[in-house]
Design a protein around this ligand. Structure first.
Ligand SMILES: [Zn+2]
Ligand SMILES: [Zn+2]
Length: 282
């Protein structure tokens, strides 16, 4: 597999060890780093090109884009979303097979006209529109395993029959067109959660036949995190393996992992290199 790592350097606790913590992974011949402005960029890395305001407005209202501009973190929000869009374009063009996207500002709480919860632009949603409009892609699946409800992604795709969006969170089971919410209890085991993913996402995705799979990957449900539902770190690695296998079976291996919630530096340092390792494995 050729794996793209889309990295955006940002001050702060959770990604403070990166990209250094990817030592041994970035050196692999099948792993490619796309980087915005990490100061001592490895010579083999590629530029991460920001998307235009026109592209942002394929999902978000002009007024919302202006509101984000006024927050003072526009550039970081733009590069976070740009990384997901560029990953999707490169996968579709066959330059890489799958990708891990580091984000400074996440995705799934950003809707057509609203944002919040550390999310400003919805990178996965913009990527879907770009693939559809510019590349003729037709069917998409998004699995959201962040501990919180992806209200932005839900709103954007509620009426879109060509996007299967399955969100696992504390809200009740809901089904509207191809938006599915799967209730996760306040405490759950790794195996209990994986069973729900198999039953409520993987089976559906097999029938739905998406051409590309997005994973809104939050680790905030891990023990000791702010959305603790009892999962251990191993859970995310097992899930990455299952999703990568599923992408191989149903979507020609096209698979984008987008980093969402989670705050602990020790967990990101443990999990992210291992998940990229799963992606880059043959
Ligand atoms: Zn969250
Ligand atoms: Zn939800």
């Amino acid at each position: 597999m050729r794996t793209g790592v889309f990295f955006y350097y940002q001050k702060g606790e959770r990604l403070r060890d990166f990209p250094q913590a990817l030592e041994g992974i970035l050196e692999k011949t099948n792993v490619f780093l796309y980087d915005a402005f990490y100061p001592s960029k490895p010579p083999s890395s590629f530029e991460l090109e920001p998307i235009s305001s026109e592209v942002l407005c394929q999902i978000h209202s002009r007024q919302m884009v202006e509101e984000v501009r006024e927050t003072g973190i526009f550039e970081g929000a733009l590069l976070s979303a740009s990384a997901t869009v560029r990953a999707a374009e490169k996968i579709w063009a066959g330059e890489i097979d799958n990708a891990f996207v580091f984000t400074g500002y996440g995705d799934h709480h950003a809707g057509t006209c609203f944002f919040g919860g550390g999310c400003y632009f919805n990178g996965a949603a913009i990527a879907v529109r770009v693939l559809r409009k510019e590349f003729g892609a037709k069917r998409f699946a998004i699995i959201d395993t962040d501990a919180h409800h992806g209200d932005g992604t839900w709103e954007i795709f509620e009426g879109d029959l060509d996007v299967l969006y399955v969100c696992f969170c504390s809200l009740p089971n809901i089904e509207k067109n191809n938006n599915i919410n799967v209730h996760i209890p306040a405490r759950i085991t790794n195996e209990g959660y994986l069973d729900l993913v198999r039953k409520d996402f993987l089976l559906r995705a097999k029938t739905f036949q998406p051409e590309i799979l997005f994973w809104n990957y939050g680790y905030d449900g891990t023990q000791g995190e702010y959305g603790d539902i009892g999962l251990t770190p191993e859970f995310h690695i097992l899930l990455a393996e299952e999703l990568k296998t599923a992408a191989g079976d149903i979507a020609l291996g096209r698979f984008i992992t987008v980093l969402c919630g989670g705050s602990r530096r020790d967990l990101s340092r443990y999990l992210i290199p291992r998940i990229i390792g799963v992606l880059a494995k043959e």
